[in-house]
Ligand binder design. Structure first.
Ligand code: ITT
Length: 195
């Protein structure tokens, strides 16, 4: 059966906005967990993006029993051994993540500042069956914050000449880790549920 409504298990308004911007034109309504009556904030104690995405999706699914998605994402910086990775949300006090990262990288040259944004979506269908979809976006960490769009690490994540906070949300939503994972989700919905 076609899926035209998904509950999104997140407490992050920015993620919700981006996911809505991508899925609404495709005819999929995204309802926040709050509006669906699932006011939860489960412990994200998994070691991987997949584990944490599933923990969030399952917590909401168990309450709403409707198709649910959750996004676990983060920034993996090569010269930090892939950190902050799954710890991206807890790497620094809220709003200070860019400052902390810039300080940690110091004057490391551009050629060694490569990084990628990763996103794993856990999608649980009406019957409780889970699927994982993932996406990555490669870039590097700049030397200063640039731009005011976006959220989190966007001002220091350079994609070519511009940071993710200097491009519009329309542009970001064509190339981001989240956009790629959502494209795979849409393909799955088409194949399996006839969307
Ligand atoms: P939920 O768990 O409630 O969805 P959260 O913000 O805690 O919200 P995560 O645990 O997945 O989400 O942490 C992801 C963090 O990685 C997020 O807080 C940002 O700091 C960063 N991040 C993820 N995607 C990003 C993006 O597109 N742009 C900038 N930063 C991003």
């Amino acid at each position: 059966m076609k899926i035209d409504k998904l509950v999104m298990a997140t407490n992050n308004e920015n993620k919700l906005r981006e996911v809505r911007q991508i899925l609404s034109p495709l005819g999929i309504e995204v309802i926040s967990q709050k509006d669906a009556g699932a006011d939860v904030n489960p412990d994200e104690n998994g070691k991987t993006f997949s584990e944490n995405a599933y923990i969030k999706a399952k917590a909401v699914y168990d309450i709403v029993k409707l198709p649910v998605i959750a996004d676990d994402s983060g920034l993996c910086v090569d010269c930090l051994g892939g950190n902050p990775g799954v710890y991206s949300a807890r790497y620094a006090p809220k709003g200070m993540e860019c400052e902390k990262l810039l300080e940690e990288l110091g004057n490391i040259p551009e050629s060694e500042r490569s990084a990628k944004f990763c996103c794993v979506i856990s999608f649980i269908d009406q019957n409780g069956e889970n699927s994982f979809l993932s996406g990555e976006c490669h870039g590097f960490i700049g030397f200063e914050k640039r731009g005011t769009n976006g959220f989190g690490y966007d001002p220091v994540f350079m994609y070519g000449e511009k940071s993710f906070a200097e491009i519009s949300s329309d542009e970001k939503n064509k190339i981001s880790h989240r956009a790629k994972a959502l494209e795979s989700l849409y393909n799955l919905l088409n194949e399996r549920y006839g969307n």
